[in-house]
Design a protein around this ligand. Structure first.
Ligand code: HEC
Length: 155
């Protein structure tokens, strides 16, 4: 008789923990915490936008020079040039190619509003910098040139 009571309690306990696991953990994995950058490896995150794959070759000085021109004209309202390690309205871009994938960088440039809404890293940056990065309407080719400028700066 005593044994049956113990067995019944164990079964009840089992059901309780299973239910707690299902509801508790279920909530966590779909909650906002799951999107925090702690859960994301930045060197694996390609971001959201038109760029899915970039093949990097040897540095191309002419393309980097073109990228520099685009950067100075369209980005310096909010960012220092990447040789300067200081934030402005947006983050310092020194070392950006060491902390983000090339695809992520180009998607942030080409598709900043969707990035700050849906990409966990960009979302967190928006939380820190408050201002929303503007879409400067670069072509993919322009964005690739700017990436070459960043790579050259970080070499
Ligand atoms: C209106 C201001 C503004 C302009 C113009 C702007 N940005 Fe930004 N940028 C930001 C802000 C602010 C962030 C942080 C994310 C956010 O809050 O939207 C950011 C983030 C970034 C990031 C991610 C940095 C990191 O640490 O991961 C890159 C790369 C970037 N910008 C590149 C550019 C380039 C290239 C241009 C020019 C084509 C540009 N930005 C123009 C404000 C701007």
């Amino acid at each position: 008789m005593k044994k049956t009571i113990i067995q019944t309690s164990l079964v009840a306990l089992g059901i309780f923990f299973t239910a707690a696991l299902l509801t508790g953990c279920g909530d966590k994995s779909s909650g906002p915490e799951a999107a925090s950058s702690g859960a994301v490896d930045p060197m694996k995150d390609k971001g959201i936008g038109p760029v899915t794959s970039v093949t990097l070759g040897a540095l191309d000085a002419a393309i980097a020079e073109k990228g520099k021109g685009i950067f100075v004209a369209k980005c310096t309202a909010c960012h220092n040039t990447p040789d300067i390690d200081a934030k402005k309205i947006g983050p310092s871009l020194k070392g950006v190619t060491k902390r983000r994938t090339p695809e992520w960088i180009m998607n942030q440039v080409l598709n900043p509003s969707e990035m700050t809404q849906k990409d966990p890293i960009a979302k967190e940056l928006l939380g820190t910098y408050i201002a929303q990065m503007a879409n400067q309407n670069l072509t993919q080719d322009d964005a690739r040139s700017v990436l070459e400028y960043f790579r050259t700066n970080d070499k």
